[in-house]
Design a protein around this ligand. Structure first.
Ligand code: SF4
Length: 362
């Protein structure tokens, strides 16, 4: 039976009729409509039905982020970068790792300064899965998650929402083309065999963020996160367990700029990290240059110490000049080549997750 003819009682699992669809499309900004380019009419109907079945705004304005498994939106220009529909989901809002350079600081005020649990998350997550299945949505990548760490020690130990998600996802594998966890706390995955079991069952990739070799630099710039040496030990054990691990060697901090503190050294941090990653059996390296939070919730001592390297303001962030960004990335790429490791820019890592993009490239 065609999904469009399905009668379903699953909340959010009903396909919108053509009048509703036209109304929603009229109300959606041009930039959001770009997300649906290249999809068949039936796919557009089903994605619309899913995304807009849970109105968050009282006036009924379509909201792309009202589902517990919602749109993964890196806020790039959708016309230039055809990311299409990708998913993200997290049971916790914001993050307690306290990274001095965190982009999320610009909206930290929304969370009263610390990470919180999303109320009713498990029910909402189950509802999203059921609706996706009822609508027979095409498989898409799921990121867990951006702007938070789903493995934050205290929150996950107390609530176990992430292991709940992983175990539930095992029953809905067909809905996802790939799944990825991005974390600074990989060791929690070794505390309970259920994590490794679920991760392997899902074929999930764990991306572990380690930007320094030296613990003292990690402590200074990521004061609430586990030591970088602890993260490395956890990565070694995860690889031994047969888990696919990528090293997120990001962000890349400015080097060689007069008047700027160098927090990350080529010889002190990047070289030993890449060499260690290759020896450990890490699959590949993901990297990207730092951008600075602009205006709100900045850390003054840190901003002052690097501001000279960030003369450009674009899209709400201060950025390094392109030649400097390219040099920083080239240095990591050269190191990776030396050690026969693949390196991807973090944006390319997201872009490759869109199956339509891959098809278009063929
Ligand atoms: S781990 Fe990520 S989200 Fe958490 S504080 Fe650090 S940069 Fe921000």
């Amino acid at each position: 039976m065609d999904v469009c003819e399905q009668k379903t009682d699953v909340p959010g699992g009903k396909v919108v009729d053509s009048k509703e669809l036209a109304n929603l499309m009229d109300r959606l900004p041009e930039r959001d409509l770009a997300l649906f380019q290249g999809l068949s009419e039936s796919q557009v109907e089903r994605f619309f039905s899913y995304l807009f079945s849970v109105p968050k705004k009282s006036d009924g304005t379509p909201n792309l982020r009202s589902q517990a498994i919602g749109l993964y939106d890196p806020f790039c220009d959708r016309q230039s970068y055809p990311l299409g529909i990708l998913w993200q989901s997290a049971p916790y809002s914001f993050c307690n790792h306290g990274c001095i350079y965190c982009y999320g600081r610009s909206y930290l005020h929304q969370f009263g300064g610390g990470a919180t649990i999303k109320k009713g998350f498990r029910r909402a997550f189950d509802r999203s899965l059921a609706a996706m299945k009822a609508l027979n949505l095409p498989p898409r990548h799921l990121s867990m998650a951006n702007s938070t760490d789903v493995l934050q020690q205290k929150l996950e130990k107390e609530n176990g929402h992430t292991i709940y998600m992983l175990e539930r996802l095992s029953e809905y594998k067909n809905l996802f083309s790939s799944i990825c966890i991005l974390t600074k706390n990989p060791s929690i995955l070794l505390d309970d065999a259920a994590y490794i079991r679920a991760i392997k069952d899902l074929g999930l990739e764990v991306q572990v963020s380690i930007a320094f070799w030296r613990d003292e630099m990690g402590k200074q710039l990521e004061p609430g996160a586990p030591l970088v040496s602890e993260r490395r030990r956890a990565v070694e054990r995860l690889v031994n367990e047969g888990v696919a691990v990528a090293l997120r060697l990001d962000p890349l901090f400015p080097r060689g700029v007069e008047g700027c503190t160098e927090y990350q050294g080529l010889e002190e941090d990047l070289e030993p990290l890449v060499s260690w990653a290759a020896q450990t059996g890490v699959d590949y390296v993901v990297s990207s240059p730092l951008k600075l939070v602009f205006r709100r919730n900045i850390i003054p001592w840190f901003n002052q110490s690097v501001i000279k390297a960030f003369p450009e303001v674009r899209g709400g962030y201060r950025r390094m000049p392109d030649p400097l960004q390219r040099k920083l990335l080239r240095d990591v790429k050269n190191l990776c080549e030396l050690h026969s490791l693949r390196m991807e820019h973090c944006f390319a890592n997201i872009l490759k997750r869109n199956p339509d993009f891959l098809l278009a490239k063929k």
